[in-house]
Design a protein around this ligand. Sequence first.
Ligand SMILES: Nc1ncnc2c1ncn2[C@@H]1O[C@H](COP(=O)(O)OP(=O)(O)O)[C@@H](O)[C@H]1O
Ligand SMILES: [Mg+2]
Length: 256
Amino acid sequence: MTSVLKLNNVGINFGGLKAVDDFNLEINEGELFGLIGPNGAGKTTVFNMITGVYSPTEGEILLKGEGINGLQPHKLVKKGISRTFQNIRLFGYMSVLDNVRVAQNDEIKYGLLDGMFRTKKFWREEYEGITRAMEFLKIFNLDRFKNFSANTLSYGDQRKLEIARAMASNPKLLLLDEPAAGMNPQETEELMETIRLIRDKFNITILLIEHDMKLVLGICERIAVLNYGRMLTQGLPRNVINDPRVIEAYLGGSNA
Ligand SMILES: Nc1ncnc2c1ncn2[C@@H]1O[C@H](COP(=O)(O)OP(=O)(O)O)[C@@H](O)[C@H]1O
Ligand SMILES: [Mg+2]
């Protein structure tokens, strides 16, 4: 098995608070991996370190064996890491289609003059970009809303649009921060299917943070549990959720 992401003894301090401490994680190519734990455990902070929002104060993060500590977020997108956010971050007044297209910017190859004079090359790339963006929108059943402003979509659809946008940069590793938050059970069910589908169709590796246990148990092949910034346990979902320490962490924590 090829390791896609490896965290070696990773830690970060926020002015005295150790938000994440001595954290080790290895995720293999094609895996659908879940990161769970009570509120404030440090899950989003782990994502922020992997995506270059924060630089770890200790340890090492490896992407396919290459050290990526301290690289800026846009460089990491180029290296194939893409994410969604716990709090939706869309361009609310832009169209659904344009929200996906902004994430394709790095792929555009036409030059300034092509753009100014609207050459054949310009139109061909525009056309190809739109076609690809529409394919992602179709996967999430959002193609019918392509011309709507993003902020007119339902909460569940906005979450799906964020994933479609994250896919537009052709990631190898996709990080989803609470993708089902605010969704009703039927939307969650559909989302589960779609997450599995994009993993299979695009051959990507997915790491997701989620509170919805049905989703976690339904699609994750392995899960890791964070508690107070430390790894509590990891392994197969069934084993992990029946671990008394995990039950205690949830019942004793703020997220009961
Ligand atoms: N930029 C920051 N500055 C200070 N403290 C932070 C910062 N980001 C996160 N934290 C703290 O780190 C801890 C973990 O937060 P977070 O990673 O958001 O938890 P989770 O996603 O598991 O709910 C919390 O105590 C939080 O207040
Ligand atoms: Mg969080």
